[in-house]
Ligand binder design. Structure first.
Ligand SMILES: NC(=O)c1ccc[n+]([C@@H]2O[C@H](COP(=O)([O-])OP(=O)(O)OC[C@H]3O[C@@H](n4cnc5c(N)ncnc54)[C@H](OP(=O)(O)O)[C@@H]3O)[C@@H](O)[C@H]2O)c1
Length: 330
C-alpha cells in the first residue's frame, strides 16, 4: 500500500488533533513536523511519532520527500506559508480560512496552478459522511427546493489578547474563525453567489469582530448565519425546503448525525455515521485519493467553494470597515 508522507507545519491546537487523525490512517506516514522553534518541533515530533523535526517552516517546505504539507498556522500566516510550500513544489492542505482575503487566495491558487501542485482548504466538514449524506438528500430532491438555511457557530472563548483569535495581526475574529463553516454550508445548499449580503458585527477594542450576524439573500431563498466568541448558542444547522427539512444537531460541522424530516416535521430518515478516528480522517483520505489520481483540486472541497465563501467574508469586512494590518483599504 502506498503511504503518503505528511509534513505538519505549526504545532498548535489543531496540529495536535490532525496528527492524531494521521496516526489513525494506515496509508498516512507521520514524516515531519515543523515549528518556528527547533525544540518545539522536536517535542511535537517525539510525542506523535514523526520521523523528522524541523526548526523552521522553510526546511519542511524544501524537503522533497514530503507528499503533502498540512498548514496549521494562524490565518495571517497561511498566505506566506502556502506560497513557501507551493513554490517548493509541495502539495498543500491549508487550514481554514485559507487566506485573509480573496486577493491572497487568488495568488495562492495561481501559484498552485503554475507549479502543478494540489491545494485544498482543510474544510473538514465538507468531507464528513454526514455532510455528504445531506448533500445527497438535497440532490435527490428529498427536501424539494431549498428555501432557507439557518446555521450558527458560537464558541465562548475567554478574552486573551495573546490568543490568535483576538489578534488582528494573526487574522483574528469570529468571521474567519467560525462563520466560515456556516457560510460554507449556506453556499453549498443555496448557491455560491448570493444576490445580497447584509451583515453586522460587534468589533472589539482590538479591531476584530467578536460577534457577527449575516443574512444572504438569493433570488428565492435566504440564509441566516451567526457566529460569536462571546454569545452562547445552539450551533445547529437547519436546511429547509418546500418539501422537507434537513437538520444537523449541535456543532453541526463536526456531527456524525443528520436527520431528514418531511414538510410536517415527521422524521423520514436519520443517518448516524460514527467517526473512525476523530473526524479529520475524512479530509486526509480525500487528499490521499486526489494525490493517487493525480488531481490538483478536490471535488469535495473545490477551489470555487473556498473562493465563494472568501468573497462573502471580504464583503462583510468591507461593510464593517474591518481591515487587517497591511491590508489595502480598497
Ligand atoms: N479544522 C478545525 O477544526 C480547526 C480547529 C481549530 C483551528 N483551526 C484552524 O487552524 C489554524 C490554527 O489554529 P490553532 O487553534 O491550532 O492555533 P494555535 O493553537 O494558536 O496554533 C497555531 C500555531 O501556528 C504557529 N504560528 C506561526 N506563526 C504564528 C504566530 N504569529 N502566532 C502564533 N502562532 C503562530 C505556531 O506553531 P509553532 O510555534 O510551532 O511554529 C502555533 O502553535 C487556524 O487557521 C484555525 O482557523 C481549524
Amino acid at each position: 500500500m502506498k503511504k503518503y508522507r505528511w509534513g505538519v507545519l505549526g504545532t498548535g491546537r489543531i496540529a495536535r488533533t490532525f496528527s492524531e487523525a494521521l496516526k489513525g490512517c494506515e496509508d498516512a506516514e507521520l514524516y515531519a513536523a515543523a515549528s518556528r522553534t527547533a525544540d518545539k518541533a522536536a517535542a511535537f515530533a517525539a510525542e506523535f511519532g514523526f520521523e523528522k523535526s524541523y526548526g523552521s517552516y522553510k526546511e519542511l517546505a524544501e524537503d522533497g520527500n514530503v507528499d503533502a504539507v498540512y498548514i496549521a498556522t494562524p490565518m495571517s500566516s497561511h498566505y506566506g506559508d502556502a506560497l513557501l510550500c507551493i513554490e517548493n513544489g509541495r502539495n498543500v492542505l491549508c487550514e481554514k480560512s485559507a487566506a485573509l482575503n480573496g486577493e491572497q487566495l487568488e495568488e495562492m491558487l495561481a501559484a498552485a496552478r503554475e507549479k502543478g501542485v494540489f491545494f485544498m482548504e482543510a474544510m473538514w466538514m465538507k468531507c464528513r459522511p454526514s455532510y455528504l449524506k445531506a448533500l445527497e438528500w438535497l440532490k435527490e430532491g428529498r427536501i424539494g427546493k431549498p428555501r432557507y438555511v439557518k446555521a450558527d457557530f458560537c464558541n465562548l472563548v475567554e478574552y486573551d489578547r495573546r490568543d490568535r483569535l483576538f489578534a488582528p495581526e494573526c487574522g483574528g475574529g469570529a468571521l474567519l474563525d467560525l462563520a466560515v463553516y456556516p457560510l460554507t454550508l449556506a453556499a453549498d445548499f443555496l448557491g455560491h453567489e448570493p444576490r445580497e449580503i447584509i451583515s453586522s458585527a460587534h468589533i472589539g477594542g482590538d479591531g476584530v469582530d467578536l460577534s457577527n450576524s449575516i443574512t444572504l439573500r438569493y433570488p428565492d431563498s435566504f440564509a441566516a448565519v451567526n457566529s460569536s466568541f462571546e454569545i452562547p448558542n445552539t450551533n445547529n444547522a437547519v436546511i429547509s425546503g418546500d418539501e422537507g427539512l434537513i437538520i444537523f444537531g449541535n456543532w453541526f460541522f463536526c456531527t456524525s448525525e443528520v436527520t431528514l424530516y418531511d414538510r410536517f416535521g415527521k422524521e423520514v430518515e436519520r443517518a448516524v455515521i460514527p467517526n473512525e478516528v476523530n473526524g479529520y480522517e475524512y479530509e486526509i483520505r480525500e487528499v490521499h485519493r486526489c494525490l493517487a489520481e493525480g488531481l490538483k483540486e478536490s471535488a469535495l472541497v473545490p477551489h470555487s467553494s473556498t473562493r465563494a465563501v472568501m468573497s462573502i467574508m471580504d464583503k462583510c469586512r468591507r461593510d464593517w470597515g474591518m481591515y487587517y494590518p497591511d491590508e489595502r483599504k480598497a
